[in-house]
Design a protein around this ligand. Structure first.
Ligand SMILES: Cc1ncc(COP(=O)(O)O)c(C=O)c1O
Length: 352
């Protein structure tokens, strides 16, 4: 019998976002296992303690992880620790911190964002230099941080060498490097390298590590890789309203993801299905794949009337209303059948 609390069809999956997905069963089981009895609140619990060891295994012995509720919070807390009242952060125009956080970095962290248009969501040292100038000029907010998103909002991925070049460039100018890793696992799966190769080892100072899009109910972590930046984080996290009193349940979820290889299994699965979808529709007449498919997103332009008809049957977003570009995202629970049914529907509409 269906529970009266079940208000949706649990077999329905779309291509709108990886955060439309539910909780991975192993994560749900980890939360259940962490339940019962009392544990000290506000992070002084055994799950959060264990999480430090696990993050250090992935990101090196200096890594310090601060669990938070969401990605906007992770970015705000991390960037706050890296900036002063007169700081600016250089970021891609398409960065989530610029377009999708309702101004939280500006309002809550008090940072000026200096943005740069990019061809595919990735910054380069040359692009950074369009905004990284004017130090010492009291009329200009001081560029103190470069923020990169890995994988990017456009489904592309920086190689470890690209991150290293950006970090060296930033550090030579006295700037720090923040990485919005809301989809960090997807980047690692795509590059097939350990996460520390394009974070700690490439010179990233502070990382927003994403869990929600990779199978958690909720939970991300600010991971401080440059220990000098760690002391302020606990105060900033609380004052930014990101300190969970029952933190054991955020930490238990992150542990479920990172203790074994669930983070990689989920990301590989989602990425693989994005490639399957792109390959299935790439040669269709009237459809153009617009970005390299390097993580779990496919971007395409197709006729607007086709998009409108498809959107009546499948959930996905129009990314750019003027060009008709759409975004299709896969998640840890997307199935091959979901992709094949969707691709067949696109083909039938375009060729029928
Ligand atoms: C690149 C990126 N950063 C951060 C976030 C985190 O957002 P939220 O505050 O909704 O968890 C998202 C979510 O869409 C994202 O795509």
């Amino acid at each position: 019998m269906t529970s009266p609390l079940e208000l949706h069809d649990p077999s329905f999956r779309g291509f709108a976002s990886d955060n439309y997905a539910g909780i991975h069963p192993e994560v749900l089981a980890a939360m259940a296992a962490a339940n019962g009895g009392h544990q000290t609140s506000y992070g002084d619990d055994v799950y959060t303690a264990r999480l430090q060891e696990v993050f250090q295994r992935h990101f090196g012995p200096d890594a310090q992880a601060f669990p938070v509720f969401n990605g906007t919070g992770a970015n705000v807390v991390g960037l706050s620790a890296m900036t002063r009242r007169w700081s600016a952060v250089v970021a891609a125009e398409t960065a989530h911190i610029n377009v999708d956080e309702c101004g939280a970095p500006e309002k809550v962290a008090g940072i000026k964002l200096l943005t740069v248009p990019t061809p595919d969501g990735r910054l380069t040292p040359e692009l950074v230099d369009r905004q990284a100038w004017g130090w010492g000029d009291e009329h200009r907010a001081q560029p103190h941080v470069v923020s990169l998103t890995q994988s990017t909002e456009l489904g592309t991925v920086y190689t470890p060498e690209e991150v290293r070049a950006l970090a060296d460039h930033a550090h030579e100018r006295g700037m720090l490097v923040h990485m919005d890793g809301s989809r960090l696992a997807n980047a690692a799966a795509s590059l097939d390298v350990p996460m520390r190769e394009f974070t700690t080892d490439a010179g990233v100072d502070v990382l927003s590590f994403g869990g929600t899009k990779n199978g958690l109910m909720l939970g991300e972590a600010v991971v401080v890789l440059n220990p000098e930046l760690a002391p302020s984080i606990k105060y900033l996290r609380k004052s930014a309203m990101q300190l969970a009193s029952k933190m054991r349940f955020v930490s238990a979820q992150l542990l479920a993801l990172l203790e074994g290889d669930l983070w990689l299994r989920n990301a590989r699965h989602a990425n693989g299905l994005a490639v399957r979808l792109a390959d299935a529709v790439r040669d269709l007449p009237g459809l153009e794949i617009t970005r390299p498919v390097q993580a779990n997103a496919v971007f395409a332009i197709l006729p607007k009337d086709v998009t409108e008809r498809l959107q009546k049957r499948f959930r996905f977003y129009t990314w750019n209303f003027s060009t008709g570009e759409v975004r299709w995202m896969t998640a840890f629970d997307t199935t091959e059948e979901d992709v094949d049914v969707f691709a067949a529907a696109i083909a039938a509409d375009l060729t029928g």
